[in-house]
Write a protein that binds this ligand. Sequence first.
Ligand code: MOS
Length: 765
Amino acid sequence: MSLLDTVRDAAGRLTGHPEPGAVPDPLIGKPGAIGRSLPRIDGPRKVRGAARFAAEVPADGLLYAAVAYSAIARGRIAFLDTTAAERAPGVVLVMDHRNAPRLKPPALFMTKPQAAGASDLPIMQDDSIHWNGEAVAVVLAHTQEQAEHAAALVRATYEEAPATLDFEAAKRRSRHPDSVMGEKPVLEQGDAERALADAPVSVDLIFRTPRHSHAAIEPHAVTAWWEDGALVLHDATQVLNGVRWTLADMFGIAEDRVRVLSPFVGGGFGGKGSLWSHQVLAAAAAKLAGRPVRLNLSREGVFRLAGGRTPTEQRVALGAREDGTLLSLIHTGCVAMTPHNNCPEQFTFPARHLYRADAIRLEQSVADMDMLANTFMRAPGESVGTFALECALDELAEKLSLDPIELRRRLEPERDPTSGHEFSSRHLLRCFEMGAERFGWHRRAPTPGTRREGEWQIGLGVATATYPYQRMPGGAARIVLNRDGRAVVSMASHEMGMGTATAQSQAAADRLGLPVEDVTFEYGDTSLPAGTIAGGSSQTASIAAAVAAAAAVLATELLKLAGNDSPLAGLGVDEVEMRDGGIGAREQPDRHERYDSILRRAGRDELVADAKAPPPRELKRWSMHSFGAQFCEVRVSAVTGEVRVSRFLGAFDCGRILNPRTAASQFRGGIIMGLGLALTEETQFDPRSGRIMNPSLAEYHVPVHMDVPPIEVVWTEQPDPRAPLGARGIGEIGITGVGAAVANAVYNATGRRIRDLPITPDKLL
Ligand code: MOS
């Protein structure tokens, strides 16, 4: 099979665009740069401090911004006194709703193809307040310290309006969202409640998960200025083109009058996957001041202005036969949301495709609250949904006196249980086998609370991990081939530290038949061909599909250019492949010409190929998901209730791994974030005021080195024949199942079921 085993149209003509999924990517299984543990290409610049992040971009006449936050959750500003702030040292300007430029509200994401608004609330356009912590004023000063000082001098009084601040109360008025990420909020197959009632063995359980806040190393930041009515925004974002389109729409200017740059991002995790108010405020303030503005949110600012995970209450009920096979699978529940956003935490999605059951009932509802819009946070829905589902499965296994891995073996479906589609590639049981062997699962004591060393009770737990394969529409790539045979491949994509630049250089090198040193991958700038969101673990496949399409166009052009004097003369585009620095006939090693030779003979300095990725039709034909098995060992102090995770192993089935080094780091990072979810992370929301009470890393506890044990990561190495490069995404699956693996291990250690995250010591005493 060649690179150019492409789609033909109805008339049998080649369209020039390989359609991912129709045939396996010809690069699958081909030795080359893919699969090598190359170090990060951007690493040396980062460790030398030479990589410029958004808050480090220099600008002449730069002003520093600080934000004053509202102190009520709902109502209006009765009186805003900015005089003391305006008189404070170094202050140049104070912007509030009275002098801010008039702007359209942001278009909410998913309402239009490029819309990226995290919320559709207007930003600083009137005196109304919608959450505690909303920006009421932005102070611009000569230094950051002057701006912060002056922002503290802004005085506001409010007329408060009744606000919904209590999740329990809000739940009583819950509603079905229009859609849950494009799916209906209710899915029913058979009568699951009745099957549950009739089942000989059953569990029916409620699980709760709290709010979480984003805590990337780099706080959200922008440096913005205007040039002749055009906006330049250096941003920390994972959705360049969405930020560009949405800002252009808000400011009423053409999309090409906005340029967004984001070559380096210090972690995103979904928190930088939308347009929040700080980007808009910085652009508006820069316009008002006529000078460049830097708005680098403080850590508190991230908690107040950029949303995170929302609380959930979930019911999982399982009805089984004595052999463990399921008569009934029910997963329902409610999340807090705002009426202005669109993030209902798809916690029932794992249950759609994981296990075989005679009857299935899935339902999601949302409870509207007056709070900061919640957003994507690493495996939104799946991370907390797998906590509930996988803990319930563990409880059922116990009731059945079955090993929890054996129970999952008995529930393995032939096809996707809800869509009925064939799986593109599924090796979940292999993950359990690999993991069990390496982790020493056989050492788990079947009776809980029976292994102890001094004060430490020891237990093992296991859970399934899963995350969908996704590929976003709308991406485009460009390949510029130079006369010296080197290539520059570009797309407005994102490097948040996960290894995009490195893995995509490897992939492009193999695609073009070039050594990786001869390929440069450019990204992080909307002046490049359109990128797609680095979210939903979709970016690797989205880029690969666009580059494959551009490579097909390039090959077509090269054959034309080669002409009759080339050994390639007479060959059609579907008879060749890109190899050894040029183009060659498939299965004819001698018929080959190098790129530099073709370009020189044609008198060309370079050849440019642009192409759009074909739409992600593979998603409609196949059930495409990644899988994993998470193994955890905990030690729980019988004296203090403290839980220490002492060993962890994740075994994953994510298709082809492009770079083992960067992939292992992604998996480990996901697991570490999952340890925070399991044990420590909780955004404290005061139900009287709607104020987030712990907006700092001193009080919002993410895992630190002492909390993280050695984490072993293994994978199946089974390429997905339906995904570009055979690769499904790996950014999010690492966190899924971790909460359950920890909770199940805590149960095995102590005999205590904690169904309410995080598992803090007080819950175990
Ligand atoms: Mo991910 S939460 O889609 O960045």
